[in-house]
Design a protein around this ligand. Structure first.
Ligand code: NAP
Length: 253
């Protein structure tokens, strides 16, 4: 049974930087207690946790590779122990690699991209459904998967593996949303476009958003906080009849 006297608990994977960190901070401002996972950047994760606590909310930062089933299970166990509830899961952790053509992609790279971006969210959702679904005596909940406009556009000459992994995440969103729709769980997807975060440096081009911004109908890149607003609307009761859908936050691209 969920203790309704407690604040709702949101888990944001990859909450140490970028879109995840912005979502964590905005969630705390909206009254959530916040758990975040990260994979390597502990100082960044602790800084986000400190900001959440400074807003008077509870915070938990756990190192957990989303692609590792044991670490994912430990992450959810840590949340059970600290909070005893889970209301919202944001599957935000994602990776890309150096801009390349298909011919130059290694098998190891393709496997890692799919493991983090497509399988990781399914591993986290497995854990979440066991805590949220009516059939498991849960009180319901919300899952939000963070895809990318690349799932529609394909990212030619840059990272078709990344785009394909996001396509897989989107198809998972459709099926999972239908599977749990009568179990009190809403499942939706946010597709960011070009957002100013560290991710583009991972692809080898830190200034990528500024290079491509003329191709964006609104003529600018997005801020992580603009994506966070969309995520937290989908998480909220204002979106109570919204499931299995996709919200583009792309400036029109
Ligand atoms: P980012 O700035 O590179 O941050 C990535 C975050 O994910 C970090 O907190 C990182 O943790 C965490 N992470 C990476 N691999 C992980 C793993 N295996 N397990 C757990 N956490 C992991 O990325 P971002 O731009 O905010 O992207 C967030 C999401 O938005 C991703 O799903 C991305 O695909 C999507 N997106 C971004 C853009 C964009 O333009 N930025 C566009 C479309 C979609 P550490 O700090 O420990 O490394």
């Amino acid at each position: 049974m969920v203790d309704v006297s407690q604040a709702p608990l949101i888990l944001i994977t990859g909450g140490s930087r970028g879109v995840g960190a912005a979502t964590a901070r905005l969630a705390a401002a909206k009254g959530y207690d916040v758990a975040i996972s990260y994979v390597s950047n502990e100082p960044a994760a602790l800084a986000v946790a400190a900001d959440i606590e400074a807003m008077g909310r509870k915070a938990l930062a756990v190192r957990a590779d989303s692609a590792n089933p044991d670490q994912v299970a430990d992450l959810f166990t840590a949340i059970d122990r600290r909070f005893g509830r889970l209301d919202v899961l944001v599957n935000n952790a994602g990776v890309l690699a150096t801009q390349s053509r298909l011919e130059d992609l290694s098998l190891e790279r393709m496997q890692r991209i799919f493991a983090v971006n497509a399988i990781g969210p399914m591993l986290c959702a497995q854990q979440a459904v066991k805590r949220m679904a009516y059939r498991h005596n849960g009180a319901g909940g919300v899952v939000i998967n963070i895809s990318s406009a690349s799932a529609r556009l394909g990212s030619p000459n840059e990272y078709v593996d990344y785009a394909a992994s996001k396509g897989a995440l989107e198809t998972f969103t459709i099926g999972f949303a239908k599977e749990v729709a009568r179990e009190g769980i809403r499942v939706n997807c946010v597709r960011p476009g070009h957002i100013y975060t560290d991710m583009h440096a991972s692809g080898g081009e830190p200034g990528r958003v500024d290079r491509v911004k003329d191709s964006i109908p609104m003529g600018r890149g997005g801020q992580p906080e603009e994506v966070a607003q969309a995520i937290l609307w989908l998480a909220s009761a204002e979106a109570s009849f919204v499931t299995g859908t996709f919200l583009d936050v792309t400036g029109g691209k």
